[in-house]
Design a binder for this molecule. Sequence first.
Ligand SMILES: [Zn+2]
Length: 278
Amino acid sequence: MIQDIAPHRYDNAYHPRPPKAGDRVFFYQDTITLLNGATGLPFLWEEAEALADLSQLPLTYLFAIDDVAFHWCHVVPQAVLEAAVPAKNGGFRDMEPGWLAFACITASQLHGWYHDHQFCGRCGFPAQPDKVERAMRCPACGNLVYPTISPAVIVAVTHGNRLLLTKYSRPGATRNYALIAGFAEIGEPLEDTVRREVMEEVGLPVKNIRFYKSQPWSFSSSLLSGFYCDLDTDDETVTLQEDELGEGTWFDRENLPQGGSAISLTHEMIERFRQGPV
Ligand SMILES: [Zn+2]
C-alpha cells in the first residue's frame, strides 16, 4: 500500500530543523505541487538553492523520511517556477520511488491544511504555527488547531464464498470495482459507521464486523479503516443508493475481477479475500 515504504521510515514527530543538502523542498501554486522539471521529483534543497536564494523565504518543516527532512517554501521564486512542472495529486500514484510519492501526497495534505488554517476559525485573527507541536495557534484568543484527519471505513461485505463489489456513479470517480466506503459521523463508533454505510449504500444488514488494517489516505485527508463483515441475511438483494453507486454485484471468490490500484487498502482487501477465507 502507499504507506508501505520500508526499508524507509516515515518520521512525523515535529522536530523542525533548518534545511540542508539532501533535504527536499516543496513549492505549491494553490493546491498544485511544483516538481523539478528535470527529475519529475520534489526539488532537492541544493537544486532549489542553485536556482534562487531561499535563505530569507518563509519555510515550514513538514516531516522526515529517514534522515531526509521535507520543507514547504511558501514563496515560489521565478527561477524555480520556470524550472518546475505542475503535478496533480493523482499523478503521485505512479511516481517512483514510492517513498517520495508517499512524501508528495503527505506533504500535499499538510500544505492544504496549513493553507486553509491561516486564520483563526474562532475569532478570525491571523493564526501562527505553534513552536512546539504541529498545530496552528491563535495569538489573540489562544485557539489551537491540529491537522484535520477524517476517519472513514472501507467495508468488504462477504457471504460465504462471495464478496460484494461496487462501482461509483459520480463522474470522475474511479471506474474500477471498489468496496463500500464512507466517512464516520460525529458521535459514531467505526463499527456503527460500517453498519450505517452498508445499509445506506446497498440496503443490507451485516454482522461479525472485524477490523483488518488502516491506511492514511491523504488524497482526501482521511484515515481509512478496513473491515470485513458477513451478510446478516440469506437474501443478497442489493438496493443501491443511486446518487452514490452505479453498481453493486456479488462475485464468487474464483471470479473476482482483476485490476485496481495496488497502492490502496481496497485493492489489498479484495486480493486478501481472493486468497481464501478472511
Ligand atoms: Zn482566535
